[in-house]
Design a protein around this ligand. Structure first.
Ligand code: MF3
Ligand code: CO
Length: 250
C-alpha cells in the first residue's frame, strides 16, 4: 500500500515556493489567452517563464507527455497537447501548469473564457471554480477526503453539471501523484482522515452535458463524449491546524 506522506514545515515551505511559481506561470499564460494565439505559442510562453523563474515543467516527459503544459479547449476536458490550434472568440481554454522546484511539485489549473457570451458556459466556469473553493473549505483536520469530495460534488448537483469520474485530485510532493486520491464525487467510503502536513490537489472537472469521456487516439487528449464544454480548476493545498492553506494562490 502506498501511504499518505506527511510533510514537515520545511517541506511545506518549499512546496509554498513551488506552488507560487506554478501559479505565476499559470497567471501569465492565462493572461495571454486571446483570439488568434495558438496553444503551442502559449506553451512556449510557459517555457520562457519557467526558465526565467528557475523551474522546470513537471509534465514534460511524464509518462511520455510531449509538452510543458496542458491546454484544453472547449470539449477537451484535460491533457490537451499544445499544437497549432488557434484560440477564438467563444472558446473556453483550460490551462494546467505543473512545475518542479527544489525537488517538489507545484500543480494548478484554471479555465478562462474568451469573449464568451453564453450564460450557460459562463456559469459552468463559475461553478467549477466555486466547487474547488467549497472543496478547499472542507479540507481541514478531522474531516475526511470524502468530505472534500462531497462538498465539490454538491456544487455540481446544485447547478445541474456533470462530474468527470475517470480523473481525480491527488496527493503531491516529491512526486506529482501521491496518495490520497481525491475524487470529485461521493464514494462508498469516507476516505482518509485529513491531518496537518498533508498536501494534495483538488481539481474538479465539470461538464455541461454528459460526464462520459472519450480518449483521443494520441492517448492523452480527453474529450467529452457529447462534444459539450468542460471546465477544470485546480489548487494545491496543505492541511494546517486551522484548515487548508492554498499553496498556489492566484
Ligand atoms: N494536473 C494534472 C495532474 O495532476 C496534470 C498531469 S498532465 C501530464 O495529473 F501530462 F503530466 F500527465
Ligand atoms: Co493535478
Amino acid at each position: 500500500m502506498n501511504d499518505i506522506i506527511i510533510k514537515t514545515e520545511e517541506e511545506i515551505e518549499i512546496m509554498r515556493q513551488a506552488g507560487a511559481r506554478a501559479a505565476e506561470v499559470l497567471r501569465i499564460v492565462c493572461d495571454a489567452v486571446v483570439p488568434g494565439i495558438t496553444t503551442k505559442e502559449l506553451d512556449d510562453l510557459a517555457l520562457g517563464v519557467m526558465d526565467s523563474i528557475g523551474v522546470k515543467s513537471a509534465f514534460l516527459n511524464y509518462m511520455g507527455y510531449p509538452a510543458q503544459t496542458c491546454i484544453s479547449i472547449n470539449d477537451t476536458i484535460i491533457h490537451g497537447i499544445p499544437d497549432g490550434r488557434k484560440v477564438k472568440d467563444g472558446d473556453v481554454v483550460s490551462v494546467d501548469v505543473g512545475v518542479w522546484y527544489n525537488g517538489f511539485v507545484g500543480d494548478n489549473a484554471k479555465t478562462v473564457a474568451v469573449n464568451v457570451t453564453d450564460p450557460k458556459v459562463l456559469a459552468l466556469l463559475e461553478n467549477t471554480e466555486k466547487a474547488l473553493m467549497a472543496g478547499i473549505k472542507a479540507a481541514k483536520p478531522g474531516n475526511h477526503v470524502g468530505d472534500v469530495s462531497r462538498a465539490v460534488e454538491k456544487v455540481a448537483i446544485d447547478n445541474n453539471l456533470s462530474v468527470v469520474r475517470e480523473f481525480v485530485g491527488h496527493g503531491c510532493g516529491r512526486s506529482m501523484h501521491e496518495e490520497p486520491q481525491v475524487p470529485n464525487y461521493r464514494t462508498r467510503t469516507k476516505g482518509a482522515l485529513l491531518r496537518e502536513g498533508m498536501v494534495f490537489c483538488i481539481e474538479p472537472m465539470f461538464n455541461l452535458g454528459t460526464r462520459r469521456i472519450r480518449m483521443m487516439p494520441d492517448g492523452w487528449t480527453v474529450v467529452t463524449s457529447d462534444g459539450k464544454f468542460s471546465a477544470h480548476f485546480e489548487h494545491m493545498i496543505a492541511i494546517t491546524k486551522n484548515g487548508a492553506e492554498i499553496l498556489t494562490p492566484r
